[in-house]
Design a protein. Sequence first.
Length: 307
Amino acid sequence: MVTPRHKSTLISASSTYSLFQLSFYNITSSRIQKIQAEMTHRALELMSLPPDESLFLLDIGCGSGLSGEILDEMGHIWVGVDIAPSMLQVALEREVEGDLFLHDMGHGFGYRPGTFDGAMSISALQWLLTAPSSHPSDSPPARLTRFFTTLYAALRNPSRAIFQFYPESDEQISLITTIARKSGFGGGIVVDYPNSKKARKVFLCLMVGSGRYSGSQDGIQNADQMEVDQSGLPKGLEGDDAMAEGKSIAFERRRARDTTSGHGKKSKRKVVDKTWILKKKELYRQRGKEDVPNDSRYTGRRRKPIF
């Protein structure tokens, strides 16, 4: 995935995405959506959420809501936070169903303890390694400490948090994992396709309490239907670029199947009745959207065909 690299440590994600990512998302949206969908599905796979259960999730660095749309399809309720107003505006225009907040994750979170059943983040964690100012409280270690400490408190026990990110060195990975563990998390790094320059992806898999990947090792699937290594972490996907491309196609086929089949959760959302319309109108009012039609006895009533 093409991402803006921070040439200087004194730079903010907000300004970079305002200047760069809006036009980039609009120009190559189909490619970005495909890559984002693959990484989101992989992150959800690493989270090992209970099947057929609607959970309350936190999407950190939600951007334009591409990952949130997949969470909607799977029937989850979610909250998205992002530092870039322009990206959140795109998410509002896409009419995603999650609640959106303008927030710098480096400031930490103020949610009640045990609020979320899990957290995920796609291509955002590396921004905590930048400093918006030269003040000591804005240094990467300080921002990472606030972030992981408050996130740990906001997650219930047991739960997991999965981060896909782009580290520039092993030192950055070491800094992130060390501070996460000091904040109370267990877990570590999972690398998919480590020998591929094109398909290589780095995931930080964190566990709260008993949210560990329990089960057998040495290639035997555990209770979460996932292979784990000797440290208890999921094994990363292996292979070359061709195998990675095959995995990408599998993700797309699965998403298409879940979207169109009668068993997919998105197909249930296509039933547009009065209850669904009232829910959407109330959501728009809470977000401050103007020109929302008033409710009446005609709301949701099917019109007769005109000859």
